[in-house]
Design a protein around this ligand. Structure first.
Ligand SMILES: NC(=O)c1ccc[n+]([C@@H]2O[C@H](COP(=O)([O-])OP(=O)(O)OC[C@H]3O[C@@H](n4cnc5c(N)ncnc54)[C@H](O)[C@@H]3O)[C@@H](O)[C@H]2O)c1
Length: 450
């Protein structure tokens, strides 16, 4: 697809980089942050793309009017406000940006747990009103506890990653098999309920997760536990949580999302407050925040960047695949040295390298304006990382499509060393050139370094 005639309607405001980078790439942007859904429906046939946060639902009716729509980009984690099946049946690309706010959600969930465990909110209020209650604010330690995560996708995984170093056991339960990574052990729901001291919810709102945290569910936990919900408010029956807080089956709750929120997440409710909510408002062991777990200065930018990258991906990657692009840049220069530490210091002092444990990372932009990195690393003389090469150095090349390239070059007779490896920051494989130099090939995910 070509981008030069692509008209995009932005119906929510976002970080300016989203608009600016799309414009710089040749997309035509238009903004309409105030018209009603009906007014937008009346003109949506004029656009090829729509960028939305949570202003309204994109349903069948809307999609039937959007006869020229090629993509819907939601500047947020989930797509629950969009009739995804119907959109996909019309060949519309769906884009979300969970990569942009997963770190924010993870840090917020952790912050809530630490605050609840240490009575920070309660103690702060007391000290500020002149009360100095030390014993009544004695805290708990996370060390040695078991944290249960339900829903092990983007957010659940990012949260488990944050728990590294806390000496906790992390269990996850998910409806999909084999989702666990090194940071959590996947178990049955029963085992999670048997062992957990903390429950953190990271599931989407679906017919199954609607009202999932109810009395029966809570009572299936073997021990009293702390509850953190940064997922969706409607997955929790608030009145049942309140009952459990009263009986101390739930020891404390951190709720970033509430059952009573409106779809747009922009306000709570105008009517009278439900009784259960009144309880939460005065409970000292309940921490509330207004759906801001994913809402940081950093995520504002990361969400926008993720959306830009994914929109460009739709229009450029197809072409690039057809063009047989192989290496796209230098990914790294690695060399052996007798003293990596001194060598790093020399390069830092005389050449201004910003060195770290691994060497130095240089950032640059590719022709689509994406952030790319190149790594410089001294290795200890005795490293076996360059083997079977006997040379003192190894080059790393950034590649567009590692699996595709490996297939092509193995047909061309190139020697491949070992198996392809996949990490958070990309895929790696190794080959030998005709002079016995080992080459590392890297299909990068540069954003993982940020
Ligand atoms: N509070 C905030 O600011 C904020 C920000 C971002 C995301 N969220 C919410 O966090 C939740 C998770 O987002 P994500 O991007 O990680 O989604 P995701 O799709 O990457 O992961 C969700 C995981 O939950 C699993 N799952 C679905 N139904 C389940 C069930 N019934 N039982 C167990 N597991 C189930 C899925 O298989 C998947 O692995 C969503 O509700 C999202 O809207 C909130």
């Amino acid at each position: 697809m070509k981008s030069n005639t692509i008209k995009i309607l932005h119906i929510d405001s976002n970080h300016p980089l989203l608009w600016n980078q799309l414009e710089a790439t040749g997309f035509q942007n238009e903004a309409d942050y105030s018209s009603s859904k009906e007014e937008i429906e009346a003109k949506i046939q004029n656009y090829n793309g729509i960028v939305i946060r949570s202003r309204f639902k994109i349903d069948k009716n809307f999609l039937d009017k959007a006869t020229n729509l090629q993509f819907i980009a939601r500047v947020g984690a989930g797509l629950e406000s969009i009739d995804c099946d119907y959109a996909q049946s019309k060949g519309i690309h769906l884009i979300a940006a969970p990569e942009g706010n997963r770190n924010a959600v993870a840090e917020h969930a952790l912050g809530m747990i630490l605050s609840l465990f240490n009575n920070l909110n309660k103690a702060n209020t007391e000290v500020k009103s002149g009360k100095w209650n030390r014993e009544a604010n004695r805290g708990h330690e996370l060390d040695g506890k078991t944290v249960g995560i339900i829903g092990y996708g983007n957010m659940g995984k990012a949260f488990a990653k944050k728990l590294r170093g806390f000496d906790v056991q992390v269990l996850c339960y998910d409806i999909l098999p084999n989702v666990a990574d090194a940071n959590a052990k996947q178990v049955t729901l029963e085992e999670l309920q048997q062992k957990s001291d903390v429950l953190s919810l990271h599931t989407p709102w679906t017919t199954v997760t609607d009202k999932m945290i109810n009395t029966a569910f809570i009572n299936s936990f073997a021990k009293p536990f702390w509850l953190v919900n940064t997922a969706r408010g409607k997955s929790v029956v608030t009145s049942d949580v309140v009952d459990a807080l009263k009986t101390k089956k739930i020891l404390g709750a951190g709720l970033d999302v509430l059952e009573y929120e409106k779809l747009s997440f922009e306000n709570l409710f105008e009517e009278e407050k439900p009784k259960a909510f009144e309880y939460l408002l005065q409970a000292e062991n309940v921490l509330l925040s207004p759906h801001i777990a994913g809402w940081t200065f950093e995520s504002h930018e990361k969400l926008a960047q993720t959306i830009v990258d994914k929109i460009k991906g739709i229009y450029f990657e197809e072409n690039e695949k057809n063009e047989d692009i192989r290496v796209t840049g230098i990914g790294g220069i690695f060399f052996k040295t007798n003293n990596p530490k001194e060598v790093k210091e020399w390069y830092q002092k005389h050449l201004g390298f910003n060195t770290d444990e691994y060497g130095a990372t240089f950032w640059w932009k590719d022709k689509n304006g994406n952030d790319c990195s190149t790594q410089w690393s001294p290795f200890a003389e005795e490293t076996d990382y360059f083997e079977p090469s006997k040379k003192e150095f190894m080059q790393n090349f950034r590649v567009h499509d590692l699996e595709g390239l490996l297939k092509k070059i193995s047909e061309e007779g190139v020697t491949i060393v070992g198996d392809m490896q996949t990490y958070e920051y990309g895929k790696f494989a190794w080959i030998m050139d005709i002079e016995g130099n080992k080459i590392e090939l890297w299909e990068p995910i540069d954003s993982a370094f940020k």
